[in-house]
Design a protein around this ligand. Structure first.
Ligand SMILES: [Fe+2]
Ligand SMILES: [Fe+2]
Length: 381
């Protein structure tokens, strides 16, 4: 490492790399910073990020600078050394993190040569809230002596800032849209509990499809974040249609279908207002809102897209949404049992829904039941 370079120069080079990549996702930015870090520290073989979900107590892999699809999660409680790092709020070097500390979080069974033998771990916090951890991983043992740690910390903080900035922008957007969505649902029988459940079913499906469809952890999390926003356009549907018991006539059905176009307009406006137009995954939101009523056989709306022309995230969300709609009671139908709902969704596979997404949901039945039991409607008061 050239001794005359100060860490400030190094950090600003890393920042330049990151800003050149402003069109990319967190993963892309991490790759940029990683390239820069590796020029000085070739022993840093990967930078990885895991996010903490305080609601479930789970720590989940989110992005890494390589092409590994870890897709792993563990309870933070089960990783005492990470709990300690979170409490102390300071970076720490851990040797052989994979085997000793968090085997559940790291993919097990890697060939010996590919194992990460030492790790510099940084807690990511925002206003006393733990957001997750950043890991600098090396296949070599003892790759992080004090001097290297001092040199890497600025890049770590830079990635932390990128992540916090992107996540808070996305969370604000999702918060705003979700609020709008719940306002829309105040008027009909689709409740916040429906959104909670269907977003989680969508995440399960995306997770199951990840290996065969090459989906990253980041993709899976964005399916979850954006799924609940599929019907934001219902805010524009008149009450007489939204609340009508029984079937809609042709003209009413046309007006109901307008919720897709209204939703797309709302999403575009908010994307503009939150400055998220360049955010790499924002097309997923557009696709979910615009294509969640398309059908595999081309019989859906608004465009009559068929098969692979329907964006994958919309196919995933449609499956989760339709399944929850079958289970729930609506103004025009009573609630169905889970058994019947599973039968019905299998019947819809192919013509209406994407078969691998249906299979994924069926395969996750125990988790589907847990979500169904946990997110029940709160009775009206
Ligand atoms: Fe819809
Ligand atoms: Fe829905």
């Amino acid at each position: 490492m050239p001794a005359q370079e100060t860490w400030q120069e190094f950090a600003s080079a890393a920042a330049r790399h990151a800003s050149k990549l402003h069109l990319s996702s967190v993963t892309g930015k991490m790759r940029g910073v990683h390239r820069c870090v590796r020029e000085r520290h070739p022993a840093v073989h990967r930078i990885a990020l895991a996010l903490y979900d305080s609601e479930s107590g789970l720590l989940k892999t989110f992005a890494d600078s390589g092409t590994e699809l870890d897709g792993c999660s563990c309870r933070l409680q089960d990783a005492p050394c990470l709990v300690e790092i979170a409490e102390r709020g300071e970076a720490q070097v851990l040797d052989d993190l994979e085997s000793k500390v968090t085997p559940a979080l790291r993919r097990g069974g890697r060939p010996d040569g590919e194992r990460y033998r030492s790790t510099l771990t940084l807690p990511l916090r925002q206003e006393n809230r733990l957001l997750g951890f950043l890991f600098f991983d090396s296949h070599d043992s003892g790759a992080f002596p004090e001097q290297v740690v001092a040199d890497l910390l600025p890049s770590g903080h830079l990635i932390g800032m990128i992540v916090i900035q992107e996540l808070s922008a996305i969370q604000m957007l999702v918060g705003g849209l979700r609020l709008a969505s719940e306002f829309a649902h105040v008027r009909d029988l689709e409740t916040g509990a429906h959104l909670d459940r269907m977003a989680r079913y969508a995440r399960l499906i995306a997770r199951e499809l990840a290996p065969s469809h090459g989906l990253s952890d980041e993709y899976v999390e964005h399916v979850f974040l954006f799924a609940a926003l599929h019907d934001i356009g219902k805010v524009g549907v008149p009450d007489r249609i939204l609340l009508k018991p029984g079937r809609l006539d042709d003209e009413e059905r046309e007006l109901m279908r307008e919720h897709v176009a209204v939703g797309v307009q709302m999403a575009e406006r908010l994307i503009g207002e939150f400055g998220l137009a360049n955010f790499a995954n924002i097309d997923m939101l557009r696709n979910i809102v615009s294509a969640h009523h398309e059908r595999m056989n081309g019989g859906g709306y608004p465009l009559g897209l068929a098969g692979a022309a329907i964006p994958l995230e919309a196919r995933i969300v449609a499956t989760a949404d339709v399944f929850d709609a079958i289970v729930c009671s609506r103004s025009y139908k009573p609630a169905w049992t889970l058994d019947l709902a599973f039968e019905e969704i299998v019947r819809m596979s192919g013509d209406h829904l994407y078969p691998p997404a249906v299979t994924a949901l069926v395969d996750c039945r125990p988790e589907v039941e847990a979500i169904y039991n946990r997110y029940q409607e709160t009775p009206p008061h």
